[in-house]
Design a protein around this ligand. Structure first.
Ligand code: UDX
Length: 448
């Protein structure tokens, strides 16, 4: 089938590469000529395991085409996927100007029947607005060309997006048109092989499903973070509590790991956007507001532990903190809403120096943090430790899980570790002679 994907960001490029891999002809349209040029040379501008290989192969075999020209993208395509960004505005609502611009452009340029698919995460009601914008542009042209607008939200996890697209838990298609639903079923058949994986519903329910899913997941994280904070105060271990509650199959073990708060491009933005939609419709979403607030506070927990630790010894000013992990989670170079940024801001505001290492996000982090003269980003994991007063771990990259503890101990000025991801056993760390602080667990080892 012929597919046009507008926007070669994270969602657009993964979708395009995976559709092309199944034999579809996919034209990717992006307004940024540099991005298009790079893609033609096989250079993928985002870090996503397996993606570059897929892009290169399908481009070489002619199933993937890159262009800045939407007209070229629309020419042969039955499906037009809108995969452009919906960044948060200052008030937390989603900025839909890019989506609307694409809708207008489609209305201006379309020559025959199209199925316009909203894949970007957009508030309930956006598909209706997209439809009216296309109609408006057609009216200006004096034409009336049939089209449908469908909601087909993405559920891709960064770092595992190709896998998520290839083997989805579900594919949600929001449309009231039976024929359109059948065509999307055909397009998705190679991915959602069992029938129950493809769920057809109304456009508004599909739009809402995306927000409900992300808000539910964010709620799980804020819930366990709150439990962790209580555990810490009452002398319980959140790791044991997680296992204890997870064994109840209604709760489950997954996605209830305490930590430094959720970050990334989706959860913070989507929780805020649903709060904003609810308020707009006159409903006060108390639970979602709490989820958001708990998460903001959770990002303060690790820096506060560090500040409190050094307080009796003259504070953090002029001390050096080694930092392992900058990306908001492993297997991505994404720094959006990364808890590491809050930690760096709080500590450098008090004059602490940071020597940070991240296996993949180094370059992005250098760019994001270039104005902060107290931050140095090093290229080697153990270089971060030299002359550092303590180590903080904020991203659970695999290479941090089992480090050379002797080297770690020798390199730091004093063996002090603040672990925001509960990677190490408190008992083991205590026995090794570390002062070890983690999230929601008792502290073992002596204070230095
Ligand atoms: C998320 C959703 O999982 C995905 O379905 C949606 O389409 C986009 O948003 P992503 O943002 O890539 O994906 O990351 P995810 O792996 O879900 O993690 C989000 C954040 O939650 C990270 O900061 C992670 O560290 C944190 N997290 C996750 C926890 O703190 N504890 C957990 O148990 C799980």
């Amino acid at each position: 089938m012929n597919v046009c994907i507008v926007g070669t960001g994270y969602v657009g490029l993964v979708s395009a590469a995976c559709f092309a891999e199944m034999g579809n002809k996919v034209v990717c349209v992006d307004i940024n000529p540099q991005v298009v040029e790079k893609l033609k040379q096989g250079e993928v501008h985002i870090y996503e395991p397996g993606l570059e290989e897929l892009v290169k192969r399908n481009y070489a075999e002619g199933r993937l085409i890159f262009t800045t020209n939407l007209e070229e993208g629309l020419a042969e395509s039955l499906f037009v996927f809108i995969c452009v960004g919906t960044p948060p505005k200052k008030d937390g609502s989603a900025d839909l100007s890019y989506v609307y611009q694409v809708a207008r452009d489609i209305g201006k340029l379309m020559q025959d029947y199209k199925i316009v698919v909203d894949k970007s995460t957009v508030p309930v009601g956006t598909a209706d607005k997209v439809k009216s914008l296309i109609l408006e542009e057609q009216k200006k042209r004096g034409v009336s060309i049939e089209f449908d607008v469908v909601s087909n939200p993405e559920f891709l996890k960064e770092g595992d997006a190709v896998n998520d697209f290839m083997k989805p838990d579900r594919v949600i298609v929001g449309t009231d048109n039976v024929r359109t639903a059948e065509l999307l079923k055909t397009l998705y058949a190679p991915f959602a092989r069992s029938r129950e994986k493809l769920i057809i519903m109304s456009v508004r329910s599909a739009e809402m499903t995306k927000y409900a899913a992300n808000c539910m997941l964010a709620t799980k994280i804020s819930f366990i973070n709150e439990i962790a904070n209580i555990c810490e105060r009452v002398g319980a271990d959140v790791g044991d509590v997680r296992l204890g509650i997870g064994s109840d199959h209604r709760i489950g073990y997954h996605f209830i790991y305490p930590g430094v708060g959720y970050g990334g491009s989706c959860f913070p933005k989507d929780v805020k956007a649903l709060i904003s939609t609810a308020l707009e419709y006159g409903y006060d979403p108390l639970l979602l507001q709490a989820v958001d607030r708990v998460n903001d506070l959770q990002k303060e927990v690790l820096p506060l532990k560090i500040i409190n630790y050094f307080e009796p010894q003259g504070g953090v000013k002029d001390r050096v903190l080694a930092l392992w992990g900058l990306a908001f989670k492993p297997n991505t170079d994404d720094m959006r809403e990364a808890p590491a940024l809050v930690l760096i801001e709080r500590l450098t505001a008090l004059g602490m120096k940071i020597k940070a290492f991240d296996p993949v996000a180094r370059d992005k982090a250098r760019d994001v943090l270039k104005d902060n003269s107290l931050v140095e980003i090093v290229d080697e994991q153990y270089d971060a430790l030299e002359q550092a007063d303590a180590l903080a771990v904020v991203t659970e990259w695999n290479q941090f899980r089992n480090p050379d503890f002797d080297k770690l101990k020798k390199s730091l000025k004093a063996p002090i570790v603040f672990d925001g991801r509960n990677l190490y056993s408190p008992r083991f760390m205590g026995e090794m002679g570390f002062a070890y602080f983690s999230i929601g667990r008792r502290m073992y080892g002596k204070k230095m």
